[in-house]
Design a protein around this ligand. Structure first.
Ligand code: GDP
Length: 296
């Protein structure tokens, strides 16, 4: 679908080696290709700018200009900088707090919050032997609570029984209480989303946070959302304060630019990625793989 950046940079720069050192104009031409490739991969414009500045700094004056294959050198610099910007790999969910450790899942409607809640619950139960309770705080869509209950059954994790008429904050308090009484190690709160960010959503998230004192607040974001991902991450981080990101639909054909944008804007680690609808389709995050994907 996309011509790879490696090929494009190769054809721009490698043909020039015969005549000695590359000029700054050659580097500028290469950076224009880098910029185009990143925009095609759906990286946000301001993130692209700061990124190409970094690459320019390293490329100009470096051994690149005199190297035999400057195209490959530039690709390597771009790759290394992408990996650096994407952050550490395999940052686990932090359970280092008194039980029940509360994990609050936030994000837009349809981003994969409920599915990811159940995937995480399954992983903590199966791999770490934790006793987990899940609660749906989505009172706007009656089907949401039922969806979590069914997923809970599927992954053999308890869900908080539904009580009609309670507000999300009431449910959060009841869930914390139930998790304490039940001796659960972890409580996962699946909050309600909206189709877009709005004030009532942010107020609700802040209230739930205050009522449940979460140790982790994970923003679940659809990796295919591209540019919108930046606003989403910025807003949630500024208003609610997130501790990490989970990117879903990494099995789709997005180029991974959203990952770079969200990480760059929040500085928060990408903790996990969703790679399918099944309950075991949750993986550790490897920056190198995303960098390769962005480069094409
Ligand atoms: P919520 O509204 O944020 O709770 O989103 P849901 O958890 O209900 O997910 C919406 C849809 O996306 C469901 O059909 C999920 O099966 C699907 N989904 C969630 N995560 C992934 C993923 O990583 N890959 C794919 N292909 N589908 C996913």
């Amino acid at each position: 679908m996309f011509e790879s950046l490696q090929e494009r940079l190769g054809s721009i720069l490698n043909g020039l080696t015969g005549r000695g050192a590359l000029s700054e104009a050659d580097v500028a031409a290469a950076l224009r290709e880098v910029r185009r490739a990143l925009l095609e991969a759906d990286v946000a414009l301001d993130v692209v700018r700061s990124f190409t500045d970094k690459v320019r700094e390293r490329a100009v004056g470096a051994a690149v200009l005199k190297s035999i294959k400057p195209g490959q050198m530039v690709v390597k610099i771009v790759h290394d900088e992408l990996v650096a910007m994407l952050g550490e790999e395999g940052v686990p969910i932090d359970l280092n707090a008194p039980a029940p450790v509360v994990i609050m899942m936030v994000g837009l409607q349809g981003s994969g919050k409920t599915t990811t809640s159940a995937k995480i619950a399954r992983r903590l139960t199966d791999r770490q032997g934790k006793k987990v309770l899940m609660a749906s705080l989505d009172t706007r869509r009656p089907a949401a609570q039922e969806q979590l209950r069914q997923l809970g059954e599927q992954v053999k994790v308890a869900t908080l029984p539904v009580v009609a008429g309670q507000s999300p904050v009431d449910i959060a308090r009841r869930a914390v209480h139930a998790a304490k009484l039940g001796g659960h190690d972890v409580l996962i709160l699946d909050t309600a989303g909206r189709t877009h960010i709005d004030e009532p959503l942010m107020v609700e998230m802040a209230e739930i946070k205050a009522a449940s004192n979460p140790h982790e607040i994970l923003l679940v974001a659809d990796s295919l959302t591209g540019q919108d991902a930046v606003n989403l991450a910025r807003n949630f981080d500024e208003r609610v304060g997130i501790t990490g990101l989970v990117l879903t639909r990494m099995d789709g054909d997005g180029r991974g630019g959203a990952a770079l944008s969200m990480r760059a804007v929040t500085g928060k680690p990408i903790k996990l990625i969703g790679t399918g609808e099944k309950m075991d389709a949750l993986e550790e995050f490897y920056p190198k793989r995303i960098a390769d994907r962005i480069l094409g």
